[in-house]
Design a protein around this ligand. Sequence first.
Ligand SMILES: Nc1ncnc2c1ncn2[C@@H]1O[C@H](COP(=O)(O)OP(=O)(O)OP(=O)(O)O)[C@@H](O)[C@H]1O
Ligand SMILES: O=C(O)c1ccc[n+]([C@@H]2O[C@H](COP(=O)([O-])O)[C@@H](O)[C@H]2O)c1
Length: 207
Amino acid sequence: MRRKRIGIFGGSFDPVHLGHLWIAETAMERLQLDALHWIPVAQSPLKARNPLASDQQRLEMLALAVSGRDGWVVDDREIRREGVSYTVDTVEQLQAEMPDTDWYLIIGSDSLASMERWHEPEKLLRQVTLAVVQRGGQPEIEFSVLDGLVDAARVEEFRQSVIKMPVIEISSSEIRERVGQGSSIRFRVPRPVETYIEANDLYPPLP
Ligand SMILES: Nc1ncnc2c1ncn2[C@@H]1O[C@H](COP(=O)(O)OP(=O)(O)OP(=O)(O)O)[C@@H](O)[C@H]1O
Ligand SMILES: O=C(O)c1ccc[n+]([C@@H]2O[C@H](COP(=O)([O-])O)[C@@H](O)[C@H]2O)c1
């Protein structure tokens, strides 16, 4: 039986936006994935601030955003686990539940740059193939930050899995700011997520 190919896409998703969806769709195509797990963090290891929306609200917005897309799963394991969300722990659980699977970890180039500060990076990089997002106009991804963590053959595998994307200037922080100012977020998030944010009075102006 062919091994399954499954992507892991983690983030705060506070809220999920069209930049995230574009990455996920491009990853499905580029890496020929059978499925993709969207995994909202409980607490991001390297981010000082916690999400503004509650865990439940971030999960509900993700469910609205991925609804109807075959193979996409909202995976709440980090939220159920609570505490700091180390990716190495998440992947270990997934591997135990779904053997015979090749795992692809989708990350931005900013995350690659900080990888040596991740928890147990060497173990993580044995468990997953990195799929780094390269935005249009960005120079080629610089894998030298992984020197000493993985060998050259593994870096070549990562290089073959780079996901090229156009620049999409959307971030969750921008969405939160725009909502706070009363500006439109139409076409920056899926319509059901926009409606959800309005209905639940998320992201009010900061005092
Ligand atoms: N527009 C985008 N283009 C490419 N990558 C993105 C984009 N937005 C987010 N990402 C990447 O998606 C992953 C998860 O993102 P996250 O949920 O932290 O959203 P964010 O928009 O970066 O949030 P914030 O603005 O609150 O920091 C991160 O690796 C981030 O680099
Ligand atoms: O495991 C770690 O040490 C680690 C360090 C930094 C980031 N991550 C993961 O990377 C994903 C994106 O994180 P962030 O902080 O850019 O939102 C999210 O799933 C985090 O759990 C994981």
